[in-house]
Design a protein around this ligand. Structure first.
Ligand SMILES: CC(C)(COP(=O)(O)OP(=O)(O)OC[C@H]1O[C@@H](n2cnc3c(N)ncnc32)[C@H](O)[C@@H]1OP(=O)(O)O)[C@@H](O)C(=O)NCCC(=O)NCCS
Length: 172
């Protein structure tokens, strides 16, 4: 099935009771070593200050991001677009919305890990103002891979056209 126009997807805060099953299903489809539903649910505990969003086409979850606010940093734990909706601009839209919402609550820097072999994700993050700042060798076990540690500091990207502050993705 071809993806719909990406602009038909809305972006909203992840609602665990409503979205967790769909998020876990996409996680299982997109990662070789996926987080379980229980792990995803645990990451959404309010005490952990989750920063989690989904995109929906009608009632269907098409992408998600689960992160955690740590003092003035956002740590993104998992981020994926349903395979049917990939390569339609949705990952970029969601990432920009997630960063914009984080900045609106005072987040100064965002970090995440990405497999060395995951060129698609690296390109997405680099185009969003992230830069590689470190490597965790052998971090991933299944299949074995290094983790590249990416950071995006708000001050470094504030004046660029890719800054989410200068765009207006809609979060409902
Ligand atoms: C990585 C991922 C989130 C990208 O989402 P997406 O909606 O397909 O990406 P977009 O259409 O918004 O593309 C944004 C940019 O990402 C890069 N990109 C996306 N898919 C790519 C691919 N298959 N090959 C190379 N670059 C790719 C491109 O730079 C693209 O910009 P362009 O269209 O101007 O060339 C998606 O492929 C995915 O969910 N992958 C599986 C899970 C995953 O790897 N998550 C990230 C873990 S760190």
């Amino acid at each position: 099935m071809p993806p719909p126009e990406p602009c038909t997807c809305t972006i909203a805060r992840l609602a665990p009771a409503r979205d967790l099953d769909a998020v876990a299903a996409i996680e299982a489809m997109t990662f070789p070593s996926p987080w379980s539903r229980a792990m995803l649910g645990a990451a959404l505990a309010p005490s952990l200050r989750p920063h989690a969003y989904v995109t929906r086409s009608d009632q269907t979850v098409t992408a998600y991001c689960i992160g955690q606010l740590v003092v003035d940093e956002l740590h993104i734990h998992t981020f994926a677009v349903h395979p049917t909706w990939q390569r339609a601009g949705l990952g970029r839209r969601l990432l920009e919305a997630v960063l914009r919402e984080a900045e609106s609550v005072g987040i100064a820097a965002t970090t995440l890990e990405v497999r060395r072999s995951n060129i698609a994700a690296q390109r997405l993050y680099e185009s969003g103002g992230f830069a590689q700042r470190g490597v965790r060798r052998g971090y991933y076990r299944v299949p074995p891979d290094d983790a590249l540690v990416y950071w995006r500091r708000r001050a470094d990207v504030a004046s660029t056209s890719r800054s989410p502050s200068s765009r207006s993705p809609s979060v409902s």
